[in-house]
Ligand binder design. Structure first.
Ligand code: PLP
Length: 377
């Protein structure tokens, strides 16, 4: 099965018993046992629910893994995976991972004695230098947020193999439609399915996929023990969103390429960050490890007040956090998603006050271009 067919026929298709072509929503907490301890595969919905299971099988198929797990948010997925580690363990993390990931590692898991260092994972030497005897994993995103820095997944997998570490990849930005980290040597891939997988700004959820059966058993144990599961109705919404992932991702990308090229040609824009541009520093690695470049673009309009003006003038780009949905969104990372990072640190990372991030939706490309044009003027 090719990916576009898998989106429709992967996991569990419809309902065997009734012939319904959509997976039913099993809005249920417990299940009748035929005799004590004799159940039909389901005992209690935290442990397993047929609608959630259909989603979990689907994401496992899409990521070419053996087990999938659905959680109530991307952060619940990340927290559950981090609970694989013990007190005293250490992780090497990307220095531009999602803000919530940074927060949970530096304000919650550190209190439990699970330590992390944040380095530029697009630079393998920095990653190697941060590895200590207690290091157990590398955690990375590619492309990253908001500067779309690209990390070589295969190279990170090689480093992990030589040091006996797990490689964890947050694949939210490209989704399995464009990139399959498990095929490139990652051990665990995870998603904020709130973004492209759901795709309609109507559900918050997280997904995890592994290839190794034993690791799958450990994550299932943690999912059931910690309990941050995705409810049946949200699981169904996500299955529904995933059916059109291919159509959406192709459109997000085609429009993004067009907008990135157009922005680059303007004299009133300082810099454009999009991995699909030939001169993006990560372009060749991105082209090697992924089938597409995604729908996120950042660009520097020269200063904070101009950025604020642009945001106040767009009509089809809605001022909001989040990304990956059918509607186009616009934000200023320095004032929004990355506001909690001290100004000096933001400067070091290259997150200037004039940096605007857009999540390109599936509206008509000419309307989007016209909207940005009038806002910039
Ligand atoms: C949004 C996001 C998360 C967190 O997911 P939630 O669903 O908001 O909990 C994690 N990683 C990345 C890359 C994200 O964009």
């Amino acid at each position: 099965m090719r990916i576009d067919t898998k989106l429709i026929h992967g996991g569990i298709f419809g309902d065997e018993r009734t012939g319904a072509v959509s997976v039913p929503i099993y809005q249920v907490s417990t299940y009748k046992q035929d005799a004590i301890g004799q159940h039909r595969g389901y005992e209690y919905s935290r442990t397993g629910n047929p609608t959630r299971e259909a989603l979990e099988k689907l994401i496992a198929d899409l990521e070419n893994g053996s087990r999938g797990f659905a959680f109530a948010s991307g952060m619940a997925a990340i927290s559950t995976v981090t609970s694989l580690f013990d007190q005293g363990d250490h992780l090497v993390m990307g220095d531009d991972v999602y803000g919530g990931t940074y927060r949970v590692m530096s304000k919650v898991f550190n209190r439990l004695g699970i330590w992390s260092d944040f380095v530029d994972t697009s630079c393998p030497e920095e990653v190697e230098a941060a590895i200590r005897p207690e290091t157990k994993a590398i955690f990375m995103e590619t492309p990253s947020n908001p500067l779309l820095k690209v990390t070589d997944i295969g190279k990170m997998a090689e480093i992990c193999r030589s040091h006996g570490l797990l490689l964890i990849v947050d694949n939210t930005f490209l989704t399995p439609y464009w990139q399959n980290p498990l095929d490139l040597g990652a051990d665990i891939v995870l998603h904020s399915a709130t973004k492209y997988l759901g795709g309609h700004s109507d559900v918050v959820s997280g997904l995890v996929v592994v290839k190794d059966e034993e690791l799958g058993e450990r994550i299932h144990f943690l999912q059931n023990s910690m309990g941050g599961i995705l409810p049946p109705h949200d699981s169904w919404l996500l299955i529904r969103g995933i059916k059109t992932l291919g159509l959406r991702m192709r459109q997000h990308e085609a429009t993004s390429r067009k907008l990135a090229e157009w922005l680059k040609g303007r004299s009133d824009i300082e810099q454009v960050f999009y991995p699909g541009l030939q001169d993006h520093p990560g372009h060749s690695i991105a082209a090697k490890q992924a089938r597409g470049f995604g729908g996120m673009i950042s660009f520097d309009v020269g200063g904070g007040s101009r950025a604020e003006q642009v945001l106040s003038k767009t009509r089809f780009f809605t001022l909001a956090e989040s990304l990956g949905a059918v509607e186009s969104l616009i934000s200023v990372p320095a004032r929004m998603t990355h506001a909690s990072i001290p100004p000096e640190r933001r400067r070091e990372l290259g997150i200037t006050d004039g940096l605007i991030r857009i999540s390109v939706g599936v509206e008509d490309p000419e309307d989007l271009l016209g909207d940005l044009d009038q806002a910039l003027r």
